[in-house]
Design a protein around this ligand. Structure first.
Ligand code: DAH
Length: 355
């Protein structure tokens, strides 16, 4: 029974060469109107005693055709994959194309670390202009005109700010120390980040705020100086804390915390008495570097003249401040020997020292 159906399907299936034609055959034999399906639907018309034998036979044909189709399908799929593998060959021995990889500059990395530490200690970031006026950079910080400290700073002076009707040499003669912008008269590239202390306190007072003030600032600073350990542009970080009853012990604690969080406790640190016009008493902090000490920051108790200049009563409040050189901190922590290379934009240097 069904011999011709079997031979016909066997023959047709074996001749097929692609999976689409094979699918057509599946429909032809096993589909809703397929040849095998048609035979199976005849079961309903048979007498009960005929059903069993016929049913077994037709099921056998269906199983056989199904197996033929499945086997052929597997075989065709395999040869189709092999054909694709043959034509879409990839030469895996080719070297990979180099992928350019960016790195984070050590200065940017250190600034991120410092931000995390000082924010963690409760200091809030304040920004200030790189082009400062003489008042904020010097005068308000208790560095009067003709004070030798002004020479020490190797200041870059800029022409006076337009529109200004002050004569170019009239630095320092300002009607009001308040205001956010750049005043007329002499403009400078800020020689340190300390003027941001002044601006931050001025803004607090202008807004009617009272201490505690706890701020830090960070950014570029400029001095006309260039050698192994100096570049005309460099970076500083500055912190300021004003409150009732702040004393030198608080300063030492904060500096120690800042330094050990940044360097780790294996670095040796020392405080050394020093002088800054805007702090009294003042100190400098050194970190041991081989058999030498390298100065990384200045600090001290904010001078009462500085407090008076921004309208904070020194009888009621006191505070401390510190300012550190970021390149120095990066050199020490990450073992970078030459300061000038920070700003040479040499990609090989950045590949080596970057993050
Ligand atoms: N402004 C100083 C400098 O550039 C560093 C400094 C010293 C900052 C003492 C301070 C400070 O806030 O209290 O050399």
């Amino acid at each position: 029974m069904f011999e011709s159906l079997k031979t016909q399907s066997l023959e047709e299936i074996s001749r097929v060469t692609d999976t689409r034609a094979l699918e057509d055959l599946r429909v032809k034999y096993l589909g809703k109107k397929g040849l095998v399906t048609a035979e199976m639907s005849k079961i309903a018309t048979l007498l009960p005693e005929e059903k069993k034998a016929f049913g077994a036979q037709v099921n056998a044909v269906r199983d056989e055709v199904t197996k033929l189709l499945d086997d052929k399908k597997e075989q065709l799929e395999e040869s189709e994959i092999n054909a694709r593998l043959e034509t879409e060959k990839v030469d895996i021995t080719l070297p990979a194309r180099p992928q350019p990889e960016g790195k984070i500059h050590p200065i940017a990395k250190v600034m991120e670390e410092i931000t995390a530490i000082l924010s963690g200690l409760g200091f809030e970031f304040r920004d200030g202009p790189n082009i400062e006026d003489d008042y904020h950079n010097f005068t308000a910080l208790n560095i009067p005109e003709n004070h030798p400290a002004r020479q020490m700073h190797d200041t870059f002076y800029l022409p006076s700010a337009p529109p200004s009707n002050l004569p170019p040499q009239a630095g320092g003669g300002f009607s009001s120390p308040l205001a956010g912008g750049i005043k007329g008269g002499l403009r400078v590239l800020r020689t340190h980040t300390s003027p941001v202390q002044i601006r931050a306190m001025e803004n607090y007072i202008k807004d009617g705020a009272k201490p505690p003030f706890r701020i830090f600032s960070m950014g570029r600073t400029y001095r006309s100086d260039s050698d192994m350990t100096h570049t005309p542009m460099f970076h500083q970080v500055e912190a300021l804390y004003i409150d009732r009853g702040v004393n030198f012990g608080h300063l030492k604690w904060a500096v120690n915390e800042f330094v050990t969080q940044f360097f780790g406790s294996e670095f040796e640190m020392q405080f050394r008495p020093s002088f800054f016009p805007f702090t009294e008493p003042s100190a400098e902090v050194d970190i041991r570097w081989g058999d030498r000490w390298l100065e990384i920051m200045g600090c001290g108790m904010v001078h009462e003249n500085v407090l008076k200049n921004v309208g904070v009563n020194p009888e009621e409040y006191s505070g401390f401040a510190f300012g550190a050189g970021i390149e120095r901190m990066a050199m020490l922590k990450y073992n970078i020997p030459d300061l000038r290379q920070f700003f040479e934009s040499d990609l090989r240097w950045l590949q080596h020292y970057g993050f």
